[in-house]
Design a protein around this ligand. Structure first.
Ligand code: AMP
Ligand code: MG
Length: 402
């Protein structure tokens, strides 16, 4: 049986980053940059004051009282050049006048009227020492024109959008969002708003899986629930292909039950690459193509489907979306209890408690693959490596934070 790592590598080798598109900055949150971004100009672009106060020449530090020759609000261009004994009232963010090389905060002067609307005084006195550069944000201290400020493959965070706006990028080249078709399968499944009659359950996988994939940056096209018949499964997969998606994701119908048609349908309408992985939960995972569209079939049990998505689909979506910094971030956690495993690579639901910088992990109770509550209660999935049958108390393992 394939290891998780081999299976993931086999999947990832079949995908590449989606094409580029240019979007208005406002639509770029969580999108992935398609190229490096060099700064078109310095930041700040001009020497400016970091305080409300008085622009001065540090050479005048010994003078104590200066005459105020200008008033410079933010956004204006100073028309004066300060000479010996002169100061200008200046607001935060306003451009420094020529001749000035420091700003005295208004708090450190004898000018007390600080309410909005007061005009500048004729003279100003101060007691504090002044050094050149005090309270001045010099041109280019943050970055210089030509510096690469954001790199290709970065998923744009809110603060990145702020920086791009500072630099005047109204439009940004990003990768297209991966498009994924999602369907559930099983005769027992009914829609979330349907009345549960005997033997039926709500289709819950499609909600958890769609949300996870959207979080990973995908556009999800929900195709509903296929019945446990060949023709129903083929009908929905055909709809998925018609939607021109990058990937089809299904849940259930991949085990060895008498009504599990997925594997057979993939085999006879495309290519089956593998259908089992040495992991728990989630051993039956199908990878292949349905009529030339890449296909990942996850198991039906809600926790198995979730884990399969996290382990195989998320990295696929990250690669498709062009993300280069998207590798799963795992942390080390210390087991609070002895953990038994069956030797497959296991993903166990655990709560994390932090103590003196150490993450301690306690399982959230029953680890049955149908028990979604224990996943809801978990902060992390512990990864017990293949071949390990027992993890003693106090041992560290890797974990995916949820
Ligand atoms: P299967 O893989 O079809 O054998 O299904 C395994 C288990 O997962 C069964 O108990 C199913 O009822 C359950 N299951 C399958 N699909 C879903 C779904 N979409 N939502 C919730 N439970 C599901
Ligand atoms: Mg089924």
């Amino acid at each position: 049986m394939l290891s998780v790592t081999e299976a993931r590598e086999r999947i990832l080798s079949c995908f590449q980053a989606a094409e580029e598109e240019t979007l208005p900055l406002n639509d770029c949150a969580n999108r992935v940059l398609a190229g490096d971004v060099p700064a078109p100009h310095d930041l700040p672009l001009f020497d400016n004051s970091s305080m409300d106060g008085f622009a001065v020449r540090s050479a005048d530090a010994s003078l104590i009282t200066l005459s105020v020759v200008a008033d410079i609000p933010a956004g204006s261009v100073p028309m004066v050049t300060l000479t010996r004994g002169q100061a200008a009232r200046i607001m935060t963010g306003a451009q420094l006048p020529n001749g000035a090389d420091a700003v005295i905060p208004v708090e450190d002067t004898d000018f007390n009227s600080r309410e909005a609307g007061t005009s500048a005084p004729k003279t100003v006195s101060f007691t504090k020492n002044i050094r050149s550069g005090d309270n001045v944000r010099a041109r280019g201290v943050d970055l210089h024109a030509g510096d690469v400020v954001l790199q290709k493959g970065r998923k744009l965070k809110p603060q990145d959008l702020g920086l791009l706006a500072m630099l005047g990028f109204a439009n940004v080249k990003v990768h297209k969002k991966p498009r994924v078709a999602l369907l559930s399968s099983g005769d027992e499944l009914v829609e979330v708003d349907a009345v549960l009659t005997a033997g039926k359950i709500h289709d819950s996988n499609s909600y958890a899986l769609a949300a996870l994939m959207q979080q990973a940056g995908a556009e999800v096209i929900r195709l509903g629930v296929a019945k446990d018949t060949r023709s129903s499964v083929e009908g929905l997969l055909q709809q998925a292909v018609a939607q021109n998606v990058d990937l089809i994701v299904t849940s259930a119908g991949v085990s060895v039950g008498a009504f599990d048609f997925i594997k057979e349908v993939i085999e006879s309408n495309g290519r089956l690459d593998f259908w089992r992985v040495n992991m728990r939960p989630g051993k039956p995972v199908v990878f292949g193509e349905y009529n030339a569209t890449p296909f990942i079939g996850l198991p039906g049990n809600p926790v198995s489907a979730f884990v399969g998505l996290e382990v195989f689909v998320r990295p696929t979506l990250e690669k498709l979306s062009g993300q280069l910094d998207g590798n799963r971030r795992t942390v080390n956690v210390r087991c609070d209890e002895e953990i038994e495993s069956d030797g497959r690579e296991s993903y166990l639901r655990a709560r994390i408690r932090d103590e003196n910088g150490v993450h301690f992990a306690t399982l959230t109770g029953p680890q049955g693959s149908g028990n979604l509550l224990s996943l809801v209660q978990a902060d992390a999935l512990l990864i017990i490596p293949a071949g390990v049958k027992c993890v003693p108390v106090g041992q560290d393992v890797e974990a995916i934070l949820l």
